[in-house]
Design a protein around this ligand. Structure first.
Ligand SMILES: Nc1nc2c(c(=O)[nH]1)N[C@H]1C(S)=C(S)[C@@H](COP(=O)(O)O)O[C@H]1N2
Ligand SMILES: [Mo]
Length: 505
């Protein structure tokens, strides 16, 4: 006899449970790095609609960084916990991919076997029947077993809503947060209310999904468990095996929770190794899904001056006395004698260009949304010189020059291994260097760049997250391989196991 709950159904279900745990827990890790939600796209302090931190935000711009706002979450709760947004994002990407594959297999088999008829309502009566069930539950009763064939109307509605509405909603709002998607399909992000709309909606979807999982698992044990548990464990209706099924179900749930927590501690045990492994596992996914997306923000003019933000968050404060007296002296003299170093060893020469010289090069201007990987966003009009136009001044690309390294006067806010802080830097590959919207900006909203936003010159790479966009730029140089610089992962934030090189998820 065909079991009521075939093996494929039970195994995709179990796998879904494991993967949802990975996706949710890594999602909570991401939230802990900036535990506030907005609808306004400038994320102005005090306009959050919900927050999970008691810290009060200063109203003044440029005195507080998003890194300071990060909260530490317990590895028991989040994946991996303890301020590791980069590793959390890798887990999120990996978990989501596996979850999508598993979900796809489930849906295909659901339709192939005709079992979809058990969860997708085919008559409008389902609403009336579901309402009747609901009334029974609200009176702390349980509808009688005849209503479950094998699911009752309320279950059908819930399962259909979760599989065919909530899950796609989470996927669509999640996609809208990728900078690769934003720079390629800006209108799509706008549709969700911009980055903050997508982020807040994704959060609400997550809350609904979490509530559903808790309720669903709870009800399996409360409403006719003598049927449910043999169904999901053995695949058949056999109430005589209830005790056995109950034991197996409990052991499985405890084991899965143990596995989730073990993943956190295993990830934290050696963060550099975890970074390597997770990057290797997620690299093919990034290649397949995001890396083909070429930005075309400038050409579409989806954002206009009307979108310019009132407030701009900061990450990284201007160099202090112990970071760079040189930059401070330049600041005090209005950057009159400041010179950008362009070239480097590989190029065989180094040019020293002042602001006036940079302004004589072709100017590019566009309105763009900046997103920090932590979650905040701000829209500004940026003006400056294209990186590729600047490099052209040096002459043809030198032999073996595969990357451009941009280094700041400022130091990293912190080093992940607590060694003395080193200059903040980022490495760009040739593709990013060539993009129309990769510029060295000396202007924001038509005025010289503000001190806290990177004066006199900062990098803008609109196809990537904020961490690539070095502020207080000191030098731009050709390099052969990023493995030879810093800790060899392609930038200050990548070194801190915060991102994969070119990770735009
Ligand atoms: N020199 C330097 N540049 C930096 C940082 C930094 O800490 N130091 N932070 C980066 C990060 S993570 C972000 S999100 C943006 C923030 O830019 P903003 O402060 O202009 O908003 O700057 C990037 N450039
Ligand atoms: Mo950032």
């Amino acid at each position: 006899m065909d079991p009521d709950f075939p093996l494929w159904l039970r195994s995709t279900h179990l796998l879904n449970f494991v993967l949802m745990g990975i996706v949710l827990r890594s999602g909570w890790e991401i939230i802990s790095s900036l535990p506030r939600f907005w609808w306004r796209n400038d994320c102005k302090p005090g306009t959050e609609w919900i927050k999970f931190t008691r810290r009060r935000l200063p109203q003044e711009e440029g005195v507080y960084t998003s890194l300071m706002d990060e909260r530490t979450a317990s590895p028991l709760l989040t994946l991996p916990g303890r301020k590791n947004i980069g590793l959390g994002r890798h887990w999120h990407g990996l978990g989501v991919t596996l979850w999508l594959v598993n979900g796809f297999v489930y849906v295909v088999l659901l339709f192939a076997t005709g079992l979809w008829r058990r969860i997708v309502p085919t008559s409008w009566d389902v609403f009336g029947e579901a309402f009747d069930s609901l009334k029974v539950y609200l009176g702390f009763g349980v509808p009688s077993i005849e209503h479950f064939q094998p699911y009752d109307a309320l279950q059908m509605l819930m399962y259909t809503a979760v599989v065919f509405l909530l899950a796609p909603f989470l996927i669509l709002t999640g996609i809208a947060m990728s900078p690769a998607v934003r720079s390629r399909f800006p209108r799509y992000v706008k549709f969700w209310g911009g980055h903050q709309g997508a982020r807040s909606l994704h959060f609400i979807g997550m809350v609904l999904m979490t509530a559903f999982i808790v309720m669903h698992v709870g009800l399996v044990f409360i409403v006719h468990p003598e049927y449910n548990l043999p169904h999901i464990v053995f695949g058949v209706t056999d109430t005589s095996r209830y005790a056995q099924a109950f034991t197996i179900a409990i052991i499985t749930i405890v084991a899965v929770i143990g596995f989730w927590i073990a993943l956190s501690y295993a990830t934290l045990a050696d963060r550099a190794r975890s970074q390597r492994v997770l990057v290797a596992l997620t690299e093919p996914i990034r290649k397949l899904t995001l890396n083909w997306m070429k930005p075309r923000m400038g050409r579409q003019n989806v954002y206009t001056e009307k979108d310019i933000s009132e407030f701009h968050w900061t990450n990284g404060l201007p160099p202090t006395e112990d970071e760079s007296t040189e930059w401070l002296a330049h600041r005090d003299s209005g950057f009159r004698d400041w010179r950008l170093e362009v070239g480097g060893e590989l190029s065989g020469k180094t040019l020293h260009l002042g602001l006036a010289e940079l302004r004589r090069l072709p100017k590019t201007e566009y309105v763009a949304v900046h997103t920090c990987m932590q979650g905040w966003s701000a829209t500004s009009k940026w003006g400056g010189v294209r990186l590729r136009d600047l490099l052209e001044v040096l002459g043809p690309r030198p032999e073996g020059a595969n990357y451009v390294m941009v280094t700041s006067y400022g130091l990293a806010q912190e080093m992940y291994d607590h060694r003395p802080r080193e200059p903040f830097y980022a490495v760009l590959d040739l593709e990013m260097v060539e993009e129309d919207d990769t510029i060295l900006a000396y202007e924001r909203n038509g005025r010289p760049l503000e001190v806290h936003l990177g004066a006199p010159l900062r990098l803008r790479v609109e196809s990537n997250h904020g961490y690539k966009m070095v502020k207080w730029v000191r030098s731009v140089e050709w390099i052969t391989d990023f493995a030879d610089h810093g800790d060899g992962r392609g930038g200050t934030r990548e070194d801190a196991a915060l991102q994969a090189f070119n990770g735009r998820i």
